[in-house]
Design a protein around this ligand. Structure first.
Ligand SMILES: *[C@@H]1O[C@H](CO)[C@@H](O)[C@H](O)[C@H]1NC(C)=O
Ligand SMILES: *[C@@H]1O[C@H](CO)[C@@H](O)[C@H](O)[C@H]1NC(C)=O
Length: 490
């Protein structure tokens, strides 16, 4: 009797392997699972696996019953052992996830790196490694930012007034390539940096002799770009003998909420959405953040860029503004899209699925309209795609954010403010919808003006001011840059 099952099992196993190989080949050739064979594979796989599993189980049971009369105890022990293994596996996965989520995608995936911990493990060991500004109440700081594709510099006073600023955008360079090209970005930073610094100083009516400190972004970001700004800032700090602060780019984004609203006290909740990052953080103090949720794959900014490219919109300075503008003309319910991670009861994000979802929907629509690709769709069709995408992307944010808010409401009575920060926070639709969400829950929302959401020099200057006020500065003769620079997680 058993040989029949064995033959059946091996036939099924053989078919499964063959179909699996075929499927892989289809995928490799860019075909989708909708291919007939692949579909047959998908429908039959669970059935065949079940039968194989059942056979294996019955064989195991029979073996046990001949070697040990107390087969039921053995099965129980077996089950317990399996449960234990499963629990251990789940714990390992959870740990992996914890480490991974602490690191922002795009630059940080799966890598260990120097963590940002300016106050030491206890958070109160701030050191003035290169001194502090002389006049503590009213000092001015030069900030430099070159972590990605914009060269920014600004002079900011310690009470939060931006005295002068300058920004050299590289959008015209990267426009041609449909994204940021690190090598070109580095060259453009080198060419623009001194001019940008000088313009910011001139606008503030000051000179390098008269600024009280220098702050520069040292990570996370594109390493070769970070190095351009950091090297120059270190040279200047040493040459002019100024206190120096190495800035964490994401902390600087978060700090902009405190520049915008000087009453914003720690702790608060922060939603950081940008080209490389998508995180919900509890912010307890300078250098003290806990990450409640992060993206499992892409950031929202990337997703906006991909959609812009799909629709043939300009992507040079980031695809977000173009998609947002076009979405205003469209119907957000026109294209059915799936909300990501509906079944996951945590605060994490996933945008890779939505990205694919949008591309498929656009291809489908192009086929219906009888045109070659999404690029040739009518303006109205493109607007509908943009609006539908933006809507679902924001619904996903709202859902994860509400979950985080519920969590925080239970755990931390002090937190009732949301800081919306990062480049994507410049999106008007997102701002107004999250504002409604916050008001409905009795929360306050703080968001910097759009101009200060995207990367610029003032963020480095203001983040330096926050550190200097705590008596913290870094050593410019010994400053690294960090492509990956996760927050330290207690
Ligand atoms: C049967 O299993 C029990 C409990 O697991 C064990 O103590 C016993 O030695 C086994 N007997 C044989 C014959 O293997
Ligand atoms: C971070 O903030 C929490 C809550 O205020 C506090 O308990 C903890 O000690 C702080 N840790 C560090 C490293 O600053």
């Amino acid at each position: 009797m058993n040989w029949k099952f064995l033959v059946m099992s091996s036939v099924f196993a053989g078919t499964t392997v063959t179909l699996g190989r075929l499927n892989n080949r289809f995928l490799r050739n860019g075909l989708t699972c909708q291919n007939f064979l692949a579909r047959a594979f998908v429908t039959h796989l669970p059935v065949s696996q079940n039968i194989v599993r059942r056979q294996r189980h019955s064989i195991n049971t029979r073996l046990f019953s001949t070697t040990n009369s107390t087969s039921s105890t053995r099965t129980d022990a077996d089950r317990l052992e399996k449960q234990k293994q499963k629990a251990a596996k789940a714990a390992a996965a959870k740990e992996r996830r914890r480490k991974f989520i602490g690191l922002a995608k795009a630059v940080d995936r799966g890598q260990f790196a120097t963590t940002y911990q300016p106050g030491g493990p206890t958070g109160d060991m701030f050191e003035a490694k290169s001194g502090l500004p002389p006049r503590k109440d009213d000092f001015i700081v030069l900030g430099i930012e070159s972590s990605c594709d914009d060269t920014g510099a600004a002079v900011v006073r310690s009470d939060g007034v931006i005295l002068g600023e300058a920004l050299a955008s590289q959008s015209h360079i990267h426009e041609e390539w449909g994204g940021v090209v690190p090598g070109l970005a580095k060259t453009a930073h080198e060419e623009a940096l001194d001019r940008v610094i000088q313009t910011a100083l001139d606008e503030a009516g000051t000179t390098l002799h008269d600024v009280d400190a220098i702050g520069v972004t040292v990570g996370p970001g594109l390493e070769i770009c970070l190095r351009v700004g950091a090297q120059r800032a270190c040279e200047l700090a040493q040459e002019y003998n100024k206190p120096f602060v190495g800035i964490h780019h994401l902390e600087a984004h978060i700090m902009m909420a405190r520049l915008e609203n000087r009453e914003l006290e720690w702790p608060f909740l922060s939603l950081l959405v940008s080209g490389g990052h998508c995180q919900i953080l509890s912010c307890h103090g300078v250098g003290n953040y806990s990450i409640l949720g992060g993206t499992l794959d892409d950031s929202l900014g990337e997703c906006f860029d991909k959609t812009a490219r799909l629709l043939g919109l300009p992507v040079g300075g980031g695809g977000g503004p173009a998609v947002e503008a076009l979405a205003k003309e469209g119907d957000p319910t026109a294209i059915p899209l799936t909300i990501p991670l509906l079944k996951r009861k945590d605060c994490d994000f996933s945008y890779a699925g939505l990205k694919t979802n949008v591309r498929r929907a656009a291809e489908q629509l192009a086929m219906e309209r009888g045109v070659e690709s999404a690029l040739e769709l009518s303006r109205q069709d493109k607007a509908n795609i943009a609006a539908s995408f933006q809507n679902i992307a924001i619904v996903h944010l709202e859902q994860r954010l509400e979950r985080a808010m519920t969590l925080v409401e239970k755990q931390d009575k002090a937190i009732r403010t949301l800081a919306l920060v990062g480049g994507v926070a410049a999106n008007q639709e997102l701002r107004s919808r999250l504002n409604v969400l916050c008001e409905a829950r009795g929360w306050t929302m703080v968001v910097p003006p759009p101009r200060l959401c995207t990367d610029q020099g003032a963020m480095a200057a203001w983040a330096a001011i926050e550190r200097l006020k705590l008596g913290s500065s870094d050593d410019p003769s010994n400053q690294e840059v960090y492509a990956r620079y996760p927050f330290s997680m207690a």
